[in-house]
Design a protein around this ligand. Structure first.
Ligand code: C2O
Ligand code: CU
Length: 496
């Protein structure tokens, strides 16, 4: 009672009110400041933001020593290319097998764009022409660890190529495997609308004669999953005994599950790296994360084989007469690469790592470019205050990726392949599991490792491109690298 008496005292009451008002004002000022601070300028440099993270290695003063321009880190400028290709970005009306039409953005009037087949070691010269995509386009060679200037990221490694303009990429195809290419300007919109295609690098030594080697991309066209350009069953006559390799690419934002029925098969490649000692798999579905690739191989049996996508009519049906459809199989449990195949030495056996980074995906309250809400965050911070991981050439690097959300995040590091060391604290057994796009499921935790052997400024982002556009974007920068390009409306560059 005595306390109440004090509060009723007019002087104390007034004092309390004043304190509350000042507190609220302070809060309003603080929120206003956070809002103001979060707004991105019309144009800015990728290096102006980001939380410098040295991962326990030697720090550096970036402002003082940036001396390597990323646009100087080109592929071979001399030499006659072994492969010369021109890809024209243009609007096109696409007709699917079902007869439906889609207003698409395409390369060469096709969706997917032309499949590029390259032999290992070839020097590639690819010219991108923009016919009529108003916001500009680029080409990123997803999974190919090209030199930085050839990486095709608008506002980071080049300017978006505007209508009527062109840009030439040159690189040597050193890897072997399944890759894809896509625009990296406004990519969440442009990939969805059709600016992508398959890129296959085959070994110099040709595979067994008569091998059927098919790449197929799953993508929602007009709101329904299609395989390649078809939203229906594609039938094909295949002689029994034919060695078959199916290269599965997922260009959607979310994971897709493939079911291959009618034969046991082997998982022979993941993200453009061969699996060591693959063993037969049967009755398991292959979950392919957004942006990821899986290669499956088998010898064609006498009976029919079917490759389907769970939840869609799109399928590939292979049979001796090209007409028989095998029964549709139930999707089994998901194939797990973490214990598949035979172990082999890796560059990270018994080494001391030079840097170890943390990449913790969460959700935080705050402002994203002035928009209040609960946004994606990395290590508790919202874009553009996401990490700028600093490395030095030659560094051995580990990264712990923690997904503290209920969403799937296919994490994609440009310019490097990473070895998966462990998942949820348990080491990977089986074949070395190399990735460029790691499908991190809800609440999973991974440890990966990579060698810093490709200088430049590299994007590292979620390949659910909508998430990337909503701030799940960060960078790996090599000491001394800097970009002359700018991001934002003023510069016309929007990689996400
Ligand atoms: Cu396939 Cu940065 O992307
Ligand atoms: Cu994501």
């Amino acid at each position: 009672m005595r306390q109440l008496g004090i509060i009723r005292n007019p002087y104390v009451l007034r004092g309390l009110t004043a304190v509350v008002i000042v507190g609220l004002l302070g809060l309003a000022v603080w929120i206003g400041y956070a809002w103001y601070q979060s707004r991105l300028p019309a144009s800015y440099n990728a290096m102006d933001y980001g939380v410098m993270d040295y991962g326990g290695g030697a720090p550096q003063n970036h402002a003082e020593h940036p001396h390597v321009r990323v646009d100087a880190l080109t592929g071979p400028q001399r030499g006659t290319p072994d492969v010369r290709v021109t890809l024209t970005a243009e609007q096109a009306e696409i007709r699917l097998d079902s007869g439906r039409t889609v207003e698409a953005w395409s390369f060469d009037g096709q969706v997917p764009g032309p499949e590029l087949r390259i032999r290992q070691g070839d020097l590639v010269e690819a010219t991108l022409v923009n016919k009529d995509i108003d916001e500009g386009v680029t080409i990123h060679w997803h999974g190919v660890d090209v030199p930085n200037a050839e990486d095709g990221v608008a506002g980071v490694t080049q300017n978006a190529v505007m209508p009527g303009r062109r840009h030439t990429y040159r690189f040597r195809a050193d890897q072997v495997g399944t890759f894809w290419y896509h625009s990296h300007q406004a990519s969440s919109e442009q990939v969805r609308r059709g600016l992508y295609g398959a890129l296959v690098i085959v070994p110099r030594k040709p595979p067994a004669a008569g091998t059927l080697d098919l790449a197929t991309i799953v993508h929602d066209l007009g709101g329904r999953p299609a395989l390649g350009h078809s939203d229906e069953v594609q039938r094909r006559a295949v002689e029994p005994g034919t060695p078959v390799r199916l290269r599965l690419v997922n260009s959607n934002d979310s994971p897709e599950r493939f079911v291959l029925s009618g034969t046991p098969f082997r998982v022979v490649g993941i993200d453009g790296t061969d699996v060591n000692g693959p063993t037969p798999v049967e009755g398991q579905a292959i979950q392919v994360g957004g942006g990821a690739r899986y290669d499956l191989a088998f010898d064609m049996p006498d009976s029919a084989v079917r490759l389907g996508v769970v939840g869609s009519d799109a399928a590939l049906s292979l049979s001796a007469d090209g007409r028989t459809d095998p029964p549709e199989a139930e999707a089994g449990p998901d194939f797990d690469p973490a214990g598949y195949g035979r172990p082999a030495p890796t560059p990270f056996d018994d080494v001391r790592f030079d840097r170890s980074f943390e990449l913790k995906i969460g959700k935080s309250f705050g402002f994203l470019d002035g928009r209040p809400g609960r946004h994606w965050s990395i290590n508790g911070r919202i874009f553009p205050d996401t990490p700028m991981y600093v490395v030095r050439p030659g560094d051995l690097v580990t990264m712990r990726i923690v997904n503290d959300t209920n969403a799937v995040h296919p994490m994609h590091l440009h310019g490097h392949h990473a070895l998966v060391l462990s998942r949820n604290g348990r080491p990977v057994t089986g074949s070395p599991w190399w990735v460029d796009t790691l499908n991190v499921l809800a609440n999973e935790e991974y440890e990966i490792a990579f060698r810093a052997t490709n200088p430049g400024l590299w994007m590292d982002h979620c390949h659910n491109l909508v998430h990337a556009g909503d701030g799940l974007t960060m960078h790996v920068v090599y000491e001394g690298a800097w970009t002359p390009f700018e991001l934002g409306d003023g510069a016309g560059n929007h990689p996400e």
